[in-house]
Ligand binder design. Structure first.
Ligand SMILES: Nc1nc2c(c(=O)[nH]1)N[C@H]1C(S)=C(S)[C@@H](COP(=O)(O)OP(=O)(O)OC[C@H]3O[C@@H](n4cnc5c(=O)[nH]c(N)nc54)[C@H](O)[C@@H]3O)O[C@H]1N2
Ligand SMILES: Nc1nc2c(c(=O)[nH]1)N[C@H]1C(S)=C(S)[C@@H](COP(=O)(O)OP(=O)(O)OC[C@H]3O[C@@H](n4cnc5c(=O)[nH]c(N)nc54)[C@H](O)[C@@H]3O)O[C@H]1N2
Ligand code: SF4
Ligand SMILES: [Mo]
Length: 734
């Protein structure tokens, strides 16, 4: 399939149409881009995940390609507090290289840090990790996926030995008899996915949603559990308690395919539904009905997303639901299982190829001597030269510019000034750096603080691969060249590597002319190069190396080629052999642990890091709205999306609003121990009266992350975005 792909990137003719995927979320909806009459248009494309659907963000994604605020020249700040001014690439890169050298000479290699993103292609994520370890030789690299996937990833690794968000294709959702969604609002965060929920319900399936708010998703549900934020683990343990007492536990599966159940059984013995009700507010009858729907279903699926995961106990909460799934014998059984809904476009691939502080490509551990030896061999460096593990994202950001912390930071694909917890503090840390370098195509709030801003290509201007929420590796295809003055992230990394290695590069930059891929490159496997030069800026070359680096790892891409992706609607990892099969469904016979058995872990509910008190009596939780994406750098600049979601808001119950004397649309201030935000009140009977909600897509006075808590999960490093204690005040001054 992938209709249009050949005509677009294969001929070397002026490309007019290309089959690619949306730049935003992990659903990676199929779309066709056309260049006509000087503008780029988007058409929905049939792909197995979106089946021809797109959300508003996808439909309008091309508007940013020729946006008046697009960056097309590097920007430099000559002195702290001065203005950013346009500069040449030579001057900008020289400033970066000189700055890195000065910092590393004065403070050591680890004084330079790198921050990546889950929106980067596999090729870029891989190249960024290699750049940090080989060119900078720093241990400090981490990425925004720490704010997103890390708790589910850690729980999946410890239970299954593999972390692939969905271990089965999305289409399995449509056939589940019972589907439990915990802290997920796909009707706003992945709208085309709702088609699978509709199909599931039309087949007579049962949809149960766990969310403190009546969301667009909860309105589709047969049963909606509305817990207090941060109490999902109590509910999970009570569900397993009921399954045990009712005899719904699959004893044969537990005995044959798992270890560690006894401790979990003892642990949940005390979790009577009434005890969970007292903590969460979810009625006993609803807990029992949920347990019954799961325990008696032929095919049942449990999914978690950020509502359950973004807590200082996120790993244990996910583990609670994994325990439940294992006890019911779901993982690996056809049409059943546990999964997590990955968020960012390449949230899955982004966590497999080495931008995480403790990882090397192929989901290898950086402290594993065998893994180090293998990857160092691919990179052509001695294994002992590879740095060790760094620290998780928030710890890294919070150490910037402090004594002993990094003095320089390079950011590729994140906007932490808006998206990091306790953002005012993070903003201060960024200001304390000797050198902040940001690669972006728009002037994000973080780029606005930088000493050097590097204008990079957008999704329609680069080739590469993305791995969607199903673990399906897809092709991103370029429609056109980047505009004059703009370079790809890969070209920037190759250039910096070249200059940092001062004449002895292991990777050489070949400046490319003409079409992005020659016909031979598109149809054959080997790219053309000048005498022995390796074009480190060519995504195809990078992908070939990624395949070798990942070979034998958990996330093995060795058998994935761009041609194979084109021919098959994507390729599911692991795929170790070019001639062998890929893996749409994991765990049919064994898990990824050494003995092939899944592991139970006994987990106990504990309170949120910050509890309510007289001064801060309300629970604050955060999340997303359909028409804005993440820190909003991109979607706040799209006119059609701005019309739908022009500004932040604070969602609160009418009873609470009444007590505060606040009417719909009036500004309110949400205050925590760390800071405050101001936004208009949105009254909704669908939210618990003890809880307020705000989306996090805006900066400035409406920044939700001025309020959030920076407590993190001890295992994953995931910040507690989904609960802290606040008070809400009516804003009286104008
Ligand atoms: N429109 C849009 N779509 C997106 C994104 C975006 O920014 N905008 N981002 C993408 C990314 S990176 C991600 S990670 C995904 C996130 O996708 P989701 O996880 O679906 O999104 P969120 O809105 O963060 O959180 C989901 C729900 O969790 C609920 N919640 C809050 N606290 C709790 C709690 O303690 N327990 C439970 N059970 N629920 C709770 C919130 O009310 C919210 O409705 O979306 C992706 N898709
Ligand atoms: N309060 C609260 N905070 C949250 C969350 C929450 O639910 N509540 N969710 C968290 C989650 S799940 C996530 S994923 C994070 C996301 O938050 P961020 O990490 O800030 O993610 P984005 O807003 O997508 O930032 C991407 C930036 O990189 C740029 N960019 C996009 N693609 C590329 C590329 O290919 N190359 C380069 N060089 N730049 C690119 C964009 O223009 C944008 O400025 O936010 C987290 N923060
Ligand atoms: S659901 Fe996600 S991938 Fe699909 S169009 Fe919307 S933002 Fe893009
Ligand atoms: Mo995310």
């Amino acid at each position: 399939m992938t209709d249009g792909a050949r005509s677009a990137t294969g001929t070397g003719d002026d490309p007019r149409e290309v089959a690619t995927h949306c730049p935003y979320c992990a659903l990676q909806c199929g779309m066709t881009l056309r260049a006509e009459a000087g503008r780029v248009t988007v058409a929905a494309r049939q792909f197995p995940t979106n089946r021809g659907g797109l959300c508003q963000k996808g439909w309008t994604a091309a508007e940013l390609l020729d946006h008046p605020e697009r960056l097309t020249t590097p920007l430099l700040r000559d002195r702290p507090g001065g203005e950013l001014r346009p500069a040449s690439w030579a001057e900008a890169l020289d400033r970066v290289v000189t700055g890195i050298r000065a910092v590393q000479t004065g403070h050591g290699r680890d004084a330079v840090a790198v921050f990546g993103g889950g929106g980067l292609t596999n090729e870029k994520a891989y190249a960024l990790g290699r750049f940090a370890r080989v060119a900078l030789r720093t241990r400090h690299i981490d990425y925004n996926g720490r704010f997103c996937m890390s708790s589910a990833a850690a729980a999946g690794m410890r239970a299954f030995g593999v972390d692939r968000g969905l271990p089965f294709p999305l289409s399995d959702l449509g056939r589940a008899d019972t589907l439990l969604l915990v802290g997920a609002n796909p009707a706003e965060t992945m709208p085309p996915l709702v088609r699978w929920l509709t199909e599931q319900r039309e087949r007579g399936g049962n949809l149960i949603v766990v969310d403190p708010r009546v969301t667009a998703t909860a309105r589709h549900a047969d049963l909606h559990l509305q817990p207090l934020p941060g109490t999902d683990l109590a509910v999970a343990n009570a569900l397993l308690h009921v399954a045990l007492t009712e005899g719904w536990v699959d004893r044969e599966y537990v005995a044959g395919r798992t270890t560690g159940f006894d401790a979990v059984r003892r642990g949940v013995a005390g979790w009577w539904p009434a005890r969970a009700e007292a903590l969460s507010g979810v009625p006993v009858a609803d807990i029992e009905a949920t347990a019954r729907a799961l325990g008696t279903a032929e095919r049942a699926i449990i999914l978690t997303a950020r509502g359950a995961e973004q807590h200082a106990k996120g790993v244990d909460t996910v583990t609670g639901f994994v325990n439940l799934a294992l006890a019911l014998g779901l993982p690996g059984r056809p049409g059943s299982g546990y999964g997590c809904l990955t968020g960012q476009g390449n949230g899955q691939g982004g966590r497999e190829h080495g931008q995480k502080a403790d990882q090397l490509p192929g989901y290898r551990r950086i402290d594993d001597p065998v893994a180090r030896e293998h990857v160092a061999g691919v990179w052509g460096v001695p294994a002992e030269e590879l740095p060790g593990p760094g620290v998780p994202a928030y710890q890294l950001l919070d150490s910037l510019g402090t004594a002993g912390g990094p003095k320089a930071l390079l950011v590729f694909g994140s906007n932490p000034v808006v998206s990091a917890p306790r953002a005012a503090r993070v903003e201060g840390r960024l200001r304390d750096l000797d050198l902040l370098v940001v690669a972006d195509f728009l002037l994000s709030e973080t780029a606005a603080l930088a000493d050097v801003v590097l204008p990079t290509a957008q999704w329609a201007e680069e080739d590469g691969t993305m791995t969607n929420l199903e673990g399906r590796v897809l092709r991103r295809r370029a429609l056109r060249e980047p505009p004059p003055g703009v370079r790809t992230d890969l070209a920037v990394l190759a250039d910096l590597t070249h200059q940092l290695q001062g004449g002895a590069p292991s990777y050489r930059l070949v400046h490319r002319k003409g079409p992005l891929l020659t016909p031979k490159q598109e149809h054959g496997a080997t790219p053309e190069h000048g005498a022995g030069a390796v074009d480190a800026a060519d995504p195809r070359v990078v992908f070939a190396e990624l395949r070798r680096a990942s070979a034998g790892g958990v996330a093995d891409y060795a058998g994935v080629s761009w041609e194979r992706i084109d021919e098959n609607d994507g390729v599911f990892w692991p795929c170790p052999d070019t001639d062998g099969p890929d893996t749409p469904r994991l765990f049919a016979d064994r898990f990824g642990t050494p003995d092939g058995r899944a592991r139970f872990h006994a987990v106990e509910h504990r309170p949120a890091a910050e509890e309510v008190c007289a001064a801060y009596p309300l629970h604050f939780t955060t999340g997303r709205v359909l028409a804005q994406y993440q820190s909003g750098t991109q979607t706040r600049r799209v006119a059609a999306l701005r019309r739908v979601a022009p500004e932040a808001f604070v969602e609160l119950h009418p009873d609470l609003a009444g007590r505060l004397g606040v009417a719909e649309g009036e500004p309110v201030r949400v205050v925590s121990r760390r800071g405050d935000m101001v936004a208009p009140a949105r009254l909704s009977p669908g939210i618990r009266p003890d809880t307020v909600f705000a989306p996090f897509h805006w900066g400035g006075a409406a920044r939700a992350n001025s309020v959030t808590n920076d407590a993190v999960d001890p295992v994953s490093g995931m910040p507690e975005f989904k609960i802290c204690a606040v008070r809400v005040e009516k804003v009286t001054e104008p």
